[in-house]
Design a protein around this ligand. Sequence first.
Ligand SMILES: [Zn+2]
Ligand SMILES: [Zn+2]
Length: 112
Amino acid sequence: MGSQVKAICKCGYNKEVLIGGGRLNFKTVECFPCYCENCHDMVQGNLKADKLICPSCGSSKISSYNNKHLIGKKGNQIVEQSFNNVLTDGFYKCPKCEEMNLQFFQGGILWD
Ligand SMILES: [Zn+2]
Ligand SMILES: [Zn+2]
């Protein structure tokens, strides 16, 4: 089953993205947060697709958030995991302010 994470940056950016896939489509669908250079936004990519493209603009200039250049500082705790792709409680690159101030939280956690 898929789960949801919340990405929050100090600049005010926040986004909810699904992770993983369903039981029936896990062979073809694996959702994971990705950074789209074209949209300057976090998008939900499918890591199992033949070609990783942005679902909003169709650009292939996207990289998943387990890519080293999007990780500022790796955390010690795993926030969410899909197969061998993990999101930690470390700091990631924000698509809006482009600072390494973005953090992932488990979906459903209230934030004020
Ligand atoms: Zn895009
Ligand atoms: Zn930001």
